[in-house]
Design a protein. Structure first.
Length: 120
C-alpha cells in the first residue's frame, strides 16, 4: 500500500541518507515528494525548494537537524501528516511536543531500515 511521503531535507548528493531514502521510497512504489535546499531531480522526483501545500500526506520523514527543524514546525503541522519519522540525528523533543499537541503520531526510526524490513 503506497504511503504518500514527504522527504523533508532532501539532498541531490547520492551518498546522503535523504537521497537514499528518496530513491528507496520510489523503488518501493510509495508516492514521494521532496523539499530541499537545491533545485534538482532524483529518481524522477523534483526536489522543491519552495514550501508546497502537499495534500493527503501519510508521512513526513525528516532529514534536518533539530536546529534547522524549528522554522518548519508550523509547516509540518499544517500538512496534517499521519506521522513524522525522526531519522537518526533528527531527534527533537521540542517538536515531539508540538506534534503531540496536534495529534500527529511520530517515531524515532530510520526510513531506510523500515522499508528494508517491510515495516514502513
Amino acid at each position: 500500500m503506497s504511503k504518500k511521503t514527504l522527504v523533508l531535507g532532501a539532498s541531490l548528493k547520492p551518498n546522503r541518507y535523504s537521497n537514499m531514502a528518496l530513491r528507496k521510497l520510489v523503488n518501493y512504489k510509495h508516492q514521494t515528494v521532496a523539499f530541499g535546499m537545491r533545485v534538482g531531480e532524483e529518481a524522477g522526483i523534483v526536489i522543491d525548494t519552495e514550501l508546497q501545500d502537499y495534500k493527503d500526506l501519510d508521512t513526513v520523514t525528516l532529514y534536518l537537524n533539530p536546529t534547522r527543524q524549528k522554522e518548519y514546525y508550523n509547516y509540518i503541522v499544517s500538512l496534517k501528516p499521519k506521522r513524522v519519522i525522526f531519522n537518526p540525528g533528527t531527534e527533537n523533543p521540542e517538536l515531539y511536543a508540538v506534534l503531540e499537541e496536534n495529534n500527529i503520531a511520530f517515531e524515532e526510526a530510520c526510513t531506510l531500515v523500515l522499508l528494508s524490513i517491510n515495516q514502513y
